[in-house]
Design a binder for this molecule. Structure first.
Ligand SMILES: [Zn+2]
Ligand SMILES: [Zn+2]
Ligand SMILES: [Zn+2]
Length: 217
């Protein structure tokens, strides 16, 4: 009996941001040796290995926590032909990649690309330093705002966002305080994702170079 078990996984390189889709099948894991995945730039992305006879262990680098997360899955989920599984940051639950049937991965990546493109078209811009980064940052700010995590130190949650080539400016609609967020490269995105909340400081505090504000409730 031949059982064809294969799966794919897609993950952005933690160093250069390159997105690759890797394919593997059950024979790649047969010997019990861990499979190591590297980006073309040489960065280590993930390790996949068998754990006993029923489980697969995935270790993957998390850019947000700056360490490796570990996930153990039963075979039937790892080799599932029907489900797209997410590799998430165990701390923030942000998505770091996918694994599952290649078709489903491709469909999901296409969907994300289209979403970004249509957002770009709606906003009518393409003069950004890095349009994709700008859009991801906007998308992320939108999520943060939806959870109530975008606000001004004065207590106001109504924040307007103005876009520039390589940055965004957040302005409080009540007190007028503003803060700039760099938005030109992937480090800017990661830095933003590393913040729990995005808070506009009142001007009497530190100068506007202060990033990563902390607020106590
Ligand atoms: Zn890389
Ligand atoms: Zn993490
Ligand atoms: Zn304010």
């Amino acid at each position: 009996m031949v059982i064809e078990l294969s799966t794919s996984f897609a993950m952005r390189c933690p160093t250069c941001g390159r997105l690759d889709v890797h394919r593997l099948n059950v024979f790649n894991l047969a010997g019990g040796e861990p499979l190591e995945y590297y980006c073309e730039c040489g960065s280590h992305k993930a390790t996949i290995e068998r754990k006993g006879s029923k489980y697969i262990n995935i270790r993957y680098y998390c850019i947000i926590c700056d360490l490796e997360h570990n996930m153990i899955l039963p075979h039937n989920i790892f080799w599932s032909k029907n489900h797209l599984n997410s590799l998430i940051c165990l701390d923030t639950e942000l998505n770091l990649g996918y694994f599952g049937p290649e078709k489903k991965i491709m469909a999901e990546l296409d969907r994300q690309r289209e979403e970004l493109n249509s957002m770009a078209n709606e906003l009518g811009f393409d003069e950004f330093a890095d349009p994709e980064i700008m859009l991801e940052i906007l998308d992320y700010l939108h999520d943060v705002a939806a959870e109530g995590g975008l606000f001004c130190e004065c207590g106001n949650h109504e924040i307007s966002i103005e876009l520039y080539t390589d940055k965004l400016e957040l302005t409080c609609s009540i007190c007028g305080s503003s803060q700039q967020l760099a938005a030109s490269c992937k480090e800017d995105l990661y830095q933003l994702k590393g913040m729990d909340d995005v808070i506009i400081k009142l001007p009497k505090g530190k100068p506007k170079s202060s990033k990563n504000p902390e607020v106590k409730y």
